[in-house]
Design a protein around this ligand. Structure first.
Ligand code: ATP
Ligand code: TYD
Length: 241
């Protein structure tokens, strides 16, 4: 597949067209941002680590029957994906209280959430990714109701698969964000799943092993991502065919 012009450079990834109108290339960069792009740094190896991490999770989800955009790794920092018409909404699931939920509702960090919660946020950095709901999304045309119903159903299926996968590595999947889009009318998981967009705690010590290390200036960010990857069976040195 031939790489063509850059379509979009986001905060962490760049998106390229290809000679196939139905396929894109995602390039994972070392840029790391938090607080809607207000804190930005380069973290060595992050692009490579997140590309591998995402490929591993997407393949696990695909094997479990989830429709995903991921097709194959292309290089250490690139992968080939189906070109989706993205819905500009972020689907957030929480299994344990942390982050925004604690700030917003005054809930104590670390309490188990039963059943897990599901929230929608509008992807809009200038507005600070405000929380929305299905009614607002439908009225303002951000997403169709039936597509959000399907995204929510897939998100909970993904939760079951990933909670087990991480627990096998003695890790708690605290919360995470997913983005969906449409591929020839089918709601399909897009974007990435990596420690940049989720919270993962050591199940024994509750040590934070995700982007909160960057948000809170704890250091050892990429080392923690690599440790999480090793625990769930990722070989970061594997060659790409
Ligand atoms: P944020 O960090 O808030 O998610 P961003 O736009 O800065 O926003 P990046 O990850 O840097 O995020 O950029 C990748 C962009 O590519 C995102 O806008 C994402 O929605 C989009 N994208 C991801 N997968 C696909 C796909 N399969 N087809 C089309 N667009 C995609
Ligand atoms: P949340 O606690 O709402 O936000 P914050 O990161 O400000 O504490 O986020 C819940 C989870 O979803 C967390 O793992 C980060 C992820 N997330 C993103 O990666 N990007 C986003 O735009 C949002 C809203 C959440």
């Amino acid at each position: 597949m031939e790489k063509r012009q850059e379509l979009y450079a986001g905060k962490a990834k760049s998106v390229f067209e290809t000679d196939d109108p139905d396929r894109l290339i995602l390039e994972f960069r070392d840029d790391t941002s938090a607080f809607d792009g207000k804190k930005v740094e380069q973290l060595e190896r992050k692009g490579r680590v997140n590309n591998r991490f995402n490929a591993f999770i997407m393949n696990a989800l695909k094997e479990a029957g989830i429709p995903v955009h991921f097709e194959r790794l292309r290089s250490n920092t690139e992968c080939e994906v189906k070109r989706l018409t993205m819905m500009p909404v972020e689907c957030v699931v929480r299994n344990i209280a942390a982050g925004g939920l604690c700030r917003r509702l005054g809930v104590e960090e670390g309490i188990a959430l039963t059943p897990p919660t599901f929230e929608l946020f509008l992807k809009n950095d200038e507005k600070g990714d405000p929380m929305i709901n299905e009614s607002l999304a439908e009225t303002f045309g951000w997403a169709r109701r039936e597509h959000l119903v399907r995204a929510r159903e897939l998100t909970f299926q993904i939760n079951d698969i990933l909670q087990k996968l991480f627990l096998d590595g003695n890790l708690l999947l605290v919360d995470y964000k997913l983005e969906f889009g449409l591929f020839h009318g089918e709601v399909t998981l897009g974007d990435e799943f990596s420690p940049d967009g989720c919270r993962l705690w050591d199940a024994t010590t509750r040590e934070k092993m995700d982007k909160d290390r960057f948000r809170q200036g704890l250091g050892g960010v990429i080392e923690a991502y690599e440790e999480v990857g090793r625990r769930i069976g990722i070989d970061f040195d594997q060659t790409i065919d």
